[in-house]
Design a protein around this ligand. Structure first.
Ligand SMILES: Nc1ncnc2c1ncn2[C@@H]1O[C@H](COP(=O)(O)OP(=O)(O)O)[C@@H](O)[C@H]1O
Ligand SMILES: N[C@@H](CCC(=O)OP(=O)(O)O)C(=O)O
Length: 381
């Protein structure tokens, strides 16, 4: 193993929050013929990862394949409305299978259906992120798919490889593992180039790497390697280490997460928190200032605590929720900056108030315990 690969594999072994994506080609033998043995193994492995103390989210394809089975069809529909209808039929069936299997291991799952809008609109981004983080905090293993029934044209992500990278970005995952019907990325599509070689590590997505990645190998899959390379670009830039690994091998997730040389690894460019925090600190316009009292200043400096309304003494500026603001001491020294969860008007009502008072003060509005969550804040001194 070369040094770059060794370092990336070590990151995988240390990963605490993991997104696993499984493609149709792994989940089904053919249209409508779900591979229940594989799905069972997958659920067992996911529960095991979670039991070992890591957080895990599954991004699962397979809705269209399952829907085709129920309709007794062998061909993917060609029109978009028909695809949407078939996915709507199959999604329920898919969740029924997951629900049953997770329950067998005493675990709870949850269906989360997303579109591109949820990732690019700030409010929806925050809400989807918070919902997923709340599920993880409850010990739930969420199952994510694209909301195929509503996602067309500009709000459609279109393939679950890119969707899984978006989810990894949304929750600041440490790792993204894409399970497919092949060992990993080869120097060329092995279906057409039998002498192609498996690549262990891809340190950077160059035009040459993009050329090597071809389309889907079966009538089941969408996008083939090219959408997985797109996913790698997103994941690597967001600070998540990505792996393409063979979904058909029992125990593959455990091996990847033990840092073994399985599949192809794409090393993260930066620690996601460092990346996001440097963007927060230097990449965003400052829209307002919040002054805090001495106790709050100490909690933030000594423990990196989130900013709560009780410690705020004044609020300057006319900003929207999601803006970047500075946090200042009473003497005007900047302690931190971060993304605020409330707009300035609402925030002025919360100054000096306890979180327990929020339901009364904010009747009918979105409630966030923190004014700025510690993950969305960078200390400046
Ligand atoms: N360079 C490559 N290396 C490996 N597989 C490739 C390559 N180019 C194209 N492929 C094809 O990509 C397929 C995997 O993608 P896809 O069929 O979309 O599956 P999934 O349902 O897992 O997303 C492989 O089976 C293979 O035929
Ligand atoms: N949302 C669709 C999957 C789309 C997709 O990207 O499929 P795949 O290439 O098998 O991961 C479904 O559930 O059928």
């Amino acid at each position: 193993m070369e040094e770059q690969e060794r370092a990336a594999r070590a990151e995988l072994a240390a990963a605490r929050r993991i997104v696993v994506k499984v493609g149709t080609s792994t989940l089904a033998y053919g249209p409508g013929r779900m591979n229940l043995r594989r799905i069972e193994h997958l659920v067992r492995e996911l529960v095991d990862i979670s039991n070992a103390g890591r957080e895990v989210i599954l991004v699962s394809s397979g809705a269209i394949a399952a829907g085709l089975g129920r309709l007794g069809r062998a061909e993917k529909p060609s029109s978009i409305p028909e695809k949407q209808a078939v996915a709507a039929i199959g999604q329920g069936m898919l969740m029924h299978i997951y629900e049953k299997l997770f329950a067998e291991y005493g675990r709870t799952t949850a269906q989360v259906l997303l579109t591109k809008e949820n990732a690019v609109r700030h409010n929806q981004y925050i809400h989807s992120r918070q919902a997923l983080l709340a599920l993880l905090a409850m010990g739930v293993i969420p199952v994510v798919n694209e909301n195929d029934a509503v996602a067309v044209d500009e709000i459609k992500i279109g393939d679950n490889d890119t969707l899984s990278a978006t989810v990894a970005t949304l929750v600041d995952a440490d790792a993204l593992i894409i399970l497919s019907d092949i060992e990993g990325l080869y120097t060329a599509n092995p279906q057409t180039h039998p002498d192609a070689q498996l690549i262990g590590v891809v340190p950077e997505i160059t035009p040459e790497v993009e050329r090597r990645a071809g389309g889907a190998g079966s009538s089941l899959g969408t996008g083939g390697m090219s959408t997985k390379i797109e996913a790698a670009k997103i994941a690597m830039n967001a600070g998540a280490t990505m792996v393409i690994a063979p979904g058909g091998h029992a125990g593959v997730l455990a091996r990847v997460l033990a840092g073994e040389a399985v599949g192809t690894v794409f090393p993260a460019k930066e620690s996601h928190l460092r990346l996001r925090k440097s963007w927060l600190a230097f990449g965003k316009r400052i829209e307002g200032d919040l002054c805090v009292d001495r106790g709050c200043e100490q909690a933030m400096r000594a423990h990196g605590s989130s900013l709560l309304a009780a410690g705020i003494t004044s609020c300057e500026g006319d900003f929207a929720a999601g803006s970047t603001v500075r946090v200042l001491t009473e003497a005007g020294q900047e302690i931190a900056r971060g993304t605020v969860n409330y707009d300035a008007c609402v925030l002025r009502q919360l100054i000096g108030r306890q979180t327990s008072e929020f339901p009364t003060l904010l009747a009918g509005q979105d409630i966030h315990e923190e004014v700025i969550h510690r993950d969305n804040m960078v200390l400046m001194v």
